[in-house]
Ligand binder design. Sequence first.
Ligand SMILES: Cc1cc2nc3c(=O)[nH]c(=O)nc-3n(C[C@H](O)[C@H](O)[C@H](O)COP(=O)(O)O)c2cc1C
Length: 263
Amino acid sequence: MKKIILDKYLCVRCGQCIGACPARLFDRPTLNDYPETIENADEFCISCHHCLAVCPVHALSIDGIDGTMCLDFVRESFPRFEHIATLARMRRSIRRYADKPLEKQVIEQLLDVVRWAPSAKNKLPVKWLVVNNRNKVLELEELVVQWLRSQPQLSNVREVNEPNGIFRGAPCVVVAYTDATALWPAMDTAIAVETLDLCATAMRLGACWAGYFIRASQNDPTINRWLGLSETEIVHGGLMLGYIGDEAYQRVPYRPELELRWI
Ligand SMILES: Cc1cc2nc3c(=O)[nH]c(=O)nc-3n(C[C@H](O)[C@H](O)[C@H](O)COP(=O)(O)O)c2cc1C
């Protein structure tokens, strides 16, 4: 059970926590009163920590976590729309990687950002596994190819029958998985992996979703065993990562207008 504590000695009664809580767990009889948690608030709290992030005086804590443990942000470094739009447009699925290992600290720096990817009810169900060794990537690739070849409708796919067809020569594969009981596993994983993808692009790294790998690992228990996952853990995401090789895009590929309706 969570423990939400409001320190009335610190609280300035600004009421920000009341408005910020998605579950409406704070209330007060009049504007002059201190906010109080509603009955059973601990049970309904999803630990999103929005209340801690809005409180100007660090008057709140949840399970011992308080506002001082939240990151400060530098308003001036907030990116402009054009920067994010450029990032989204220039992100590409990279399929040619430099023959160069990716430093562990670079991957850690990227993965750290993914902690802030949204997840349904803030359940944060995604777990990560990094295969950051070219020989191990090749071993994993071989397992994926074996499974694909065993599938009549997939055995003739070009990627299955060409060298480096699955992981495209990437030195690193990031695997995202959840427990089978997770609330919205595929959705949460997709958001987190795409966050990673965009951050990798911002670092001028190459990345590409590894769909064949995801499919194979969801169907062939040998792969999950190789990854060291339990029978109740399911892979929902995989991203190749590495320094970009001989890719030299001159422009952004054409994409059709959205199919869009307004109501
Ligand atoms: C869920 C998903 C799975 C994918 N799986 C693969 C894959 O196994 N191999 C690959 O080369 N590209 C894969 N891709 C990349 C797509 O082919 C790519 O996004 C598409 O061709 C558009 O190119 P762009 O990402 O550069 O815009 C995958 C993309 C997604 C979203």
